[in-house]
Design a protein around this ligand. Structure first.
Ligand code: GPV
Length: 798
């Protein structure tokens, strides 16, 4: 505090203590960072470069302290100074540079890479504003800007010595070399500077410290007046985005593509800066010889967002290094690997060819050439089959010509993976079957995982202590050791200890809920948690309809038997997603009614916690009894919240979708509440023609709750304010089969209710969930990537 803040402890507030503690911790971090970089340099190691438009890091203090092994010491030291570590940790703003699962996965992966001593760099964007802050006003979501760096970020290091410049716009000149060969030269219209900020990524054990390098855009003085004066570019210039706006704000759309220019520029900006950075480092060790590039460098594309890196590397190799096409393609296609995170058609990125032509004219040429050569391959395999060509082409011909980034990624990568067994199977079977036929080895699976350091050790200290007492303290590195807890599942004393911890965590959360919402909840009730982005396919409205059904049952029969239950929600809706916002509004309006209806005698409470984010997840997950994982089968690629909740002893009510299937395999069918249509049954229903009205007329409860939405019961003075939800489920065709799954969901909830009534049975099931989550450590995911795709060797750090 004295040396880095110039503040005296007598006048220091919590924020000053937070900053001072960061400064002290950062000294340890930076020393290990230096040693790590030295070791990687002298060992000349192959490294993975994880390209991701999102890294949802959350807070770093607690994680860094735990990973350095300094948590208890720091807590004690601060206590001696009269300061509470828990309080000052609350001063840290979340680094919310991501939307949801995809961004948080990237954060868990770089934690595991450092923990396992693999040389790795995360590359992304240094957004000035991360995901919007969510306020709830009169039940509705209001978005406010997230200003996470307003008081500085003590963890990040600015690296002006590594600034890169990238080009945009302009035109391509065709020239001829002395030997008659064509040489292309891109005359850009605009140059943008990329300033890197490094966030140290501390591995567990405090040995390896890798970096997350995030690019901030800055204006350069360069403006190409030749291009401007060449004519025809006035319009283009009008639409030029100012350089600084490129890294201003994270797009808040989870899994839907807006098709916005700025988004494409963001993607190119960080991909091109990162590639230049990688090449600079490669050349320092290998000179101008490209022979070893793909031996030293592997680039993982986190979805198609950075896929423009493929033509960018080709451009550098051909136009700059002057390699021939085949040599360049050989290098490039041995460098990139691609992870697919969704099958939803609206989430598969496509860019208008005309937009690419304007912003990246040379890249569009290269994409056409990649496609041309690929089409020759297709012709050789399926001679004369134009339908297959249309389907596999990178270019979608239609009203407007579009560039399909998914096809480009599969063609340009040496490996393609889905994120859970069922998802990868569907990628092969439905999304890319012909690609799978062409390259039977290319498509594979790596099931997602989560870091047990943040998602158990740091967020649930009580349970962590109990586990360590029973099985030793190496489980954060060897999560499979949790299986040893199996033998305590029937032990009455252990059950009591386990459930006492759950209760204490619920008491803590109840305090937070009261402070945040003014709602009092009973820690003895079942805490039923659904936390994830708001999406129709994730079906928060199925949960809501079931809550309304329970409400009706209680009104009709005051003696209706059920365990008291608190339904907790956390979810942000994309600002432009109307129905998602309507569902948030509906949850809040139902909550208002239910929570104030004394006839219910507190049997049901409904809580929507505003501004769901990583740090809030860390408070909710340890307190959850039930984990809602209720997506329509086939729609959730994996899910990762499902793993976090189960690891902390919550029981899943879920469909056979994504990683739920693998969770069920691990915990056993008797320790999970599975319901609903399977992927095949959803398919069948679609084939035979799904009519939601059948369920509306057949099932009285469904009809009653849907009709209830049409009244003003939940929205006094605003009749019909919730009608859009009913409308989407009836006239809208219920695309996510909410009504078809309602009955089965309701049954599963009944089973969960009955199980909770049996304290010992529930405790056993909860313990077995924790005990059997070993598979889902992100360390295992990373080992899978290393063996199947990256082929890395660990590099020890002193
Ligand atoms: I594509 N996912 C996401 O969070 N954002 C996206 O833009 C896309 C996918 C999610 C999937 O929905 C989850 O099922 C999955 O667990 C997660 O990515 C990580 O793979």
């Amino acid at each position: 505090m004295h040396c880095s803040l110039g503040t005296d402890e007598n006048k220091a507030n919590n924020h000053a203590w937070y900053k001072a503690t960061c400064a002290s911790v950062q000294e340890h971090v930076l020393e290990q960072l230096r040693k790590t970089q030295k070791s990687h340099y002298f060992n000349d190691t192959r490294a993975v470069h994880y390209f991701s438009a999102e890294f949802l890091m959350g807070r770093l203090m607690s994680n860094n302290l735990h990973n350095l092994g300094l948590f208890e010491k720091t807590k004690q030291a601060l206590l001696e100074l009269g300061v509470n570590l828990t309080d000052i940790m609350e001063e840290e703003p979340d680094m919310a540079l991501g939307n949801g699962g995809l961004g948080r996965l990237a954060a868990c992966f770089i934690d595991s890479l450092a923990t396992l001593d693999f040389p790795a760099v995360g590359y992304g964007l240094h957004y000035e504003h991360g995901l919007f802050r969510q306020d709830i006003k009169n039940g509705a979501q209001i978005e406010r800007p997230d200003s996470w760096r307003d008081y500085g970020n003590p963890w990040e290091i600015c690296r002006p010595e590594s600034i890169q410049e990238i080009s945009l716009y302009g035109y391509v000149e065709t020239k001829y070399k002395d030997n008659g060969q064509v040489q292309k030269e891109w005359h850009p219209g605009m140059i943008v500077k990329g300033l890197p900020w490094d966030i140290p990524v501390v591995g567990y054990g405090g040995k390896t410290v890798n970096v997350l390098r995030l690019w901030q855009s800055q204006a350069s003085n360069y403006f190409n007046w030749d291009v401007f004066n060449a004519g025809g570019y006035v319009d283009a210039q009008k639409e030029n985005v100012q350089a600084e706006t490129i890294s201003k704000v994270l797009y808040p759309n989870d899994e839907t593509e807006a098709g916005k220019q700025l988004r494409l520029i963001q993607q190119y900006f960080f991909s091109a800066c990162s590639l230049k950075d990688i090449i600079r480092r490669y050349k320092r060790a290998n000179g101008d010889d490209w022979k070893y590039f793909s031996e030293q460098v592997v680039i993982q594309l986190n979805d198609t967002h950075p896929a423009i890196a493929i033509p960018e590397l080709m451009r550098i190799l051909i136009d700059r290094a002057e390699l021939d096409w085949d040599t360049a393609w050989d290098i490039s296609s041995k460098t990139f690997a691609y992870t697919n995170h969704t099958l939803l058609p609206e989430a598969l990125e496509k860019w208008p060819a005309r937009m690419l032509e304007k912003i990246l004219p040379r890249h569009l040429e290269i994409i056409y050439e990649i496609n041309h050569r690929f089409m020759e391959k297709v012709e050789a395999i399926w001679p004369g089959d134009n339908q297959i060509k249309q389907k596999l082409s990178i270019i979608e011909e239609g009203h407007e010509k579009m560039v399909r980034m998914g096809n480009l990624s599969v063609i340009g990568a040496f490996a393609v993976n889905g994120v859970a067994e069922i998802h990868s199977a569907l990628v092969k079977k439905n999304l890319f079957p012909e690609f799978d036929q062409m390259w039977p080895e290319k498509l594979t699976n790596v099931t997602n995982g989560i870091t047990p350091r943040r998602w158990l050790k740091a967020c649930n200290p009580r349970l962590s202590a109990l586990i360590s007492e029973k099985i030793g303290d190496d489980w954060p590195l060897h999560l499979e050791n949790l299986a040893t807890l199996d033998k305590y599942a029937d032990n009455a004393k252990f059950q009591k200890q386990f459930m006492k911890i759950k209760h204490e965590n619920k008491v803590d959360l109840a305090k937070d809920v009261l402070a945040l919402t003014g709602i009092t909840i009973n820690p003895k009730a079942i805490f039923d948690v659904q936390i994830k982005r708001l999406h129709e396919y994730k079906r928060q409205h199925l949960n809501l309809l079931h809550i309304m059904a329970l409400y009706r049952r209680l009104l009709e029969n005051p003696n209706y038997e059920m365990q008291p239950r608190v339904f907790l929600f956390g979810a942000k809706a994309a600002p432009g997603y109307k129905l998602a916002k309507d569902i948030i509004y509906a949850i809040n309006q139902v909550a208002m009614r239910v929570n104030n209806d004394h006839r219910l005698k507190d049997k049901i409470k409904v809580v929507f916690l505003p501004n769901y984010r990583v740090s809030l997840a860390e408070k909710m997950i340890p307190a959850a009894d039930i984990s809602e994982q209720i997506s329509t089968a086939g729609k959730e690629a994996s899910g990762t919240g499902n793993m976090k909740l189960s690891l902390n002893g919550a029981l899943t009510v879920g469909t056979l979708d994504g990683a739920n299937i693998e969770i069920a395999e691990e915990v056993g069918d008797e320790n999970i509440f599975i319901f609903g249509l399977t992927v095949d049954q959803v398919q069948q229903l679609n084939d035979q023609g799904y009519n939601p009205y059948d369920y509306y007329y057949k099932n009285k409860e469904i009809k009653a709750v849907l009709d209830w939405l049409d009244t003003d019961y939940f929205t006094p003075d605003k009749p019909g304010a919730l009608a859009s939800i009913k409308h989407s489920l009836l006239e809208g065709g219920d695309p996510y089969k909410v009504l078809a799954d309602f009955e089965s969901y309701s049954q599963a909830q009944l089973k969960a209710d009955k199980a909770y009534a049996d304290k010992s049975l529930w405790a056993k099931m909860a313990i077995l969930n924790t005990a059997r989550m070993g598979k889902f450590t992100s360390d295992r995911s990373i080992q899978d990537y290393v063996q199947k795709i990256w082929k890395l060797k660990p590099c020890a750090v002193e």
